[in-house]
Design a protein around this ligand. Structure first.
Ligand SMILES: C[S@@+](CC[C@H](N)C(=O)[O-])C[C@H]1O[C@@H](n2cnc3c(N)ncnc32)[C@H](O)[C@@H]1O
Length: 345
C-alpha cells in the first residue's frame, strides 16, 4: 500500500465500483446480444433516434432510455444534441458484427456462457471443480463440440480473442528467419491468417480436432489464403504435431494441468527443427503475481472452465521450456494483458 497524504480520505468508492462492476459489464453484454452496435452501423448516417432504436431492438418502453444512456455514460455509445444515438469510433469498429475487426464473438460467449457460470465462482473456489457444461463430467471441448452451434460460436469467439495478439506477433517475431508456421489448437485459424497476410513468404496452417476443419477452411478461404494454409486434423495429446519452423499455441497451455502442459511443450520441441521456435501466448501473469489482474482472473476462469487448467508466469513457462530442452527462452509483451513466451530449439 502506498502512503496517503494527510488530506486524502479513505473512501469505499473503489471497493463499491469493483463490487458492482458486473452492472456495467452485463449492460454491454446485453447490448452486444441485442445487436445494438450492428443496428446503428447499418442505419442511414450511422444514427437512430431513441424510439427507432428501441423499436428495432425490441426494447420495452420502460428500459430503453436508461439502457441507451447508461451505454453513453459507459462510453460505448454517443448521443448527439438532437437526442439521436451513434456508435463511438471503438464500438463502430469492434462491435459491428459485419466488420472483420468484430470482437463481439468473445463477448457473445461471455454473455451466453461465462456470465452464468461465474455465478458459481464460490462453489468452484470451494470444490476446485469446473462450473460449466463439464460440471456433469467430460471436458469442456467434448461438451462444446457436441453441439454444432455452440462449436461455431466458440471458434468464432476465439478469432475475436486472438486478433490483437496475432497482429502484435506478426510485428514482433522475426518471421523473415522462418518459412513455415503451424498454429496448434488453431480454432478458425485467426492467427495463421493474420501471420500469412502480414508475411507473404509464410506457409503452413492449423492443427485442431477434426470437427474444426470446416470452420478453419471457410475462414482461410474468406481471406484468400487456401493455397498457403492447410488444416491438419488430430488430437494434440495422442497424435504427433505437424513439423514446421515455428509452432504457435495460443490460449492452449492454460487449458491444462501441469503434466499436460509439459507434454504439449515437449511435443512441440520434438516437432521443431534445430533453430525452430515455439511460441506460447496467453495472459501471462507477471512474475511477482501482483500486476496482471486480467491474467490472474483468466486463471480463475480456467478454474471454472477446465479440470486442471491454470494461467502461469513468464518465469514458469520459460522454466518448463528449458526443462523440455529448448536452448533459449524469453518472454515478450504482445498487447494488453497478453504476452508470448518464445522457446528456441
Ligand atoms: C482456447 S481455444 C484457443 C484457440 C486459438 N489458439 C486462440 O488463441 O484463439 C483451444 C483450442 O484447442 C483445441 N483443442 C482442444 N483439445 C484439443 C486436442 N486434444 N487436440 C487438438 N486441439 C484441441 C480446441 O478445439 C480449440 O480450438
Amino acid at each position: 500500500m502506498g502512503e496517503r497524504g494527510p488530506d486524502e480520505q479513505v473512501t469505499p468508492d473503489a471497493i463499491m465500483q469493483l463490487g458492482l462492476g458486473f452492472w456495467g459489464s452485463k449492460t454491454l453484454l446485453s447490448a452486444v446480444e441485442l445487436g445494438l452496435f450492428t443496428e446503428l452501423a447499418a442505419s442511414a448516417g450511422g444514427t437512430l433516434d431513441a424510439d427507432s432504436l428501441a423499436g428495432r431492438l425490441g426494447l420495452h418502453a420502460r428500459s430503453a432510455r436508461d439502457f441507451l444512456d447508461a451505454l453513453v455514460a459507459l462510453r460505448v455509445l454517443d448521443r448527439s444534441d438532437d437526442g439521436s444515438y451513434r456508435n463511438t469510433p471503438e464500438s463502430e469498429l469492434f462491435l459491428d458484427r459485419r466488420k472483420p475487426a468484430y470482437v463481439g464473438g468473445m463477448l457473445e460467449m461471455a454473455n451466453a456462457r461465462l456470465y452464468p457460470f461465474w455465478g458459481s465462482l464460490t462453489e468452484a473456489l470451494r470444490t476446485g471443480e469446473p462450473q460449466n457444461e463439464a460440471k456433469r463430467g467430460g471436458d469442456i471441448f467434448d461438451e462444446l463440440y457436441a453441439d454444432p452451434e455452440r462449436l461455431k460460436g466458440f471458434v468464432k469467439a476465439m478469432t475475436g480473442l486472438s486478433q490483437g495478439p496475432a497482429q502484435a506477433m506478426a510485428a514482433k517475431f522475426p518471421w523473415r528467419d522462418h518459412r513455415t508456421v503451424f498454429d496448434i489448437g488453431c480454432a478458425e485459424g485467426g492467427v495463421p491468417v493474420r501471420l500469412a497476410s502480414a508475411h507473404p513468404h509464410l506457409t503452413g496452417g492449423g492443427f485442431d480436432l477434426p470437427d474444426v476443419r470446416p470452420h478453419f477452411e471457410a475462414h482461410v478461404a474468406a481471406h484468400g489464403l487456401s493455397d498457403r494454409l492447410a488444416f491438419h486434423a488430430g488430437d494434440f495429446f495422442t497424435d504427433p504435431l505437424p513439423r514446421a519452423d515455428v509452432l504457435v499455441m495460443g490460449h492452449i497451455l492454460h487449458d491444462w494441468d501441469l503434466e499436460k502442459k509439459r507434454l504439449l511443450i515437449s511435443k512441440a520441441f520434438d516437432a521443431l527443427p534445430p533453430g525452430g521456435a515455439f511460441i506460447a501466448y496467453d495472459s501471462i501473469i507477471d512474475d511477482a503475481r501482483r500486476e496482471n489482474a486480467f491474467g490472474l482472473l483468466m486463471s480463475l476462469n480456467m478454474l471454472i472452465e477446465t479440470r486442471g487448467g491454470f494461467d502461469y508466469t513468464g518465469a514458469d513457462c520459460m522454466g518448463w521450456m528449458r526443462q523440455a530442452g529448448f536452448r533459449e527462452a524469453r518472454t515478450e509483451h504482445l498487447v494488453g494483458p497478453l504476452s508470448m513466451v518464445v522457446g528456441v530449439k
